[in-house]
Design a protein around this ligand. Structure first.
Ligand SMILES: NC(=O)c1ccc[n+]([C@@H]2O[C@H](COP(=O)([O-])OP(=O)(O)OC[C@H]3O[C@@H](n4cnc5c(N)ncnc54)[C@H](OP(=O)(O)O)[C@@H]3O)[C@@H](O)[C@H]2O)c1
Length: 240
């Protein structure tokens, strides 16, 4: 039976590449999104992958959405917590709203996504939890106190889940992408982008597919002994 995979924020950017890679690997994939109906409809039309809309920052919405997916598609074996946002500002200018929006989506969103799926994984004695963190959670970043805090928090989540899930056949791992050519990065002014590329030894941005291939491997049955780890995919920009 095909494994069932849920990818949050799976209709655009890195998430879309992840959804496609998991489908190519034989999984039945479901992608979620927050509000961009047009992009989601286009994605479904192009890939045949079903999309569902809810806000990962809201526990009740997430739980209800996951219950709907499980009743319509089946029990979720693989969850990729990918949905994320930035609300950048230097700390002295960062507003509580910018802080809270990023915490709610990027950190609490991981709890809200994995928590309702976890009991079923424990019962079925199989699960793959993959969280998309960031290089900036590893090294910090100017004007990203909020974002870096959430992405560092993601690493704490997977290291703890790895210990709780291991005996139940569940693995939890994180991927820390460096700068990847998605709308999130292409929205940065060109001058800033050029200076970012100057800091990447590979001399280029990463491609979403390069992150998707890491996810596909961690999601596979072959990766059963990899648990609590972090894959850094950043073109050599930062070593842990
Ligand atoms: N791009 C990079 O260079 C980079 C580097 C390191 C880490 N990352 C991480 O990789 C992940 C994907 O980034 P990306 O660049 O692919 O982002 P993106 O192109 O902006 O896509 C973000 C996706 O997340 C969804 N989303 C946002 N807020 C949500 C919410 N509250 N509830 C549900 N879904 C929500 C969006 O839905 P809509 O389509 O409805 O807006 C969209 O599908 C993020 O966690 C990001 O922090 C990215």
């Amino acid at each position: 039976m095909a494994r069932i995979a849920l990818v949050t924020g799976g209709s655009r950017g890195i998430g879309a590449a992840i959804s496609k890679a998991l489908k190519a690997q034989g999984c039945t994939v479901v992608a979620t999104y927050a509000g961009n109906d047009e992009a989601a409809a286009k994605f479904t039309e192009e890939t045949g992958i079903k999309t569902y809309k809810w806000n990962v920052g809201d526990y009740d919405e997430s739980k209800a959405g996951i219950e709907k997916v499980e009743s319509e598609v089946g029990p979720i074996d693989i969850v990729v917590a990918n949905a994320g946002i930035t609300r950048d500002a230097p700390f002295h200018k960062m507003t509580p709203q910018q802080w809270n929006e990023v915490i709610d989506t990027n950190l609490t969103g991981v709890f809200n996504t994995v928590h309702p799926i976890w009991p079923g994984m424990r019962e079925r004695k199989f699960g793959r939890v993959i969280v998309i963190s960031s290089i900036n959670g590893q090294k910090g970043q100017f004007a990203q106190v909020n974002y870096a805090a959430t992405k560092a928090g993601d690493l704490g989540i997977v290291k703890s889940l790895a210990q709780e899930g291991a005996r139940a056949g569940i693995t939890a791992n994180a991927i820390c992408p460096g700068y990847i050519a998605t709308e999130m990065v292409m929205a940065v002014p060109e001058k800033v982008r050029e200076s970012i590329i100057g800091q990447i030894p590979a001399g280029r941005l990463g491609e979403p597919e390069e992150i998707a291939r890491c996810v596909a491997f961690l999601a596979s049955d072959d990766a059963g002994f990899i648990n609590g780890s972090t894959i850094s995919a950043n073109g050599g920009q930062f070593f842990v």
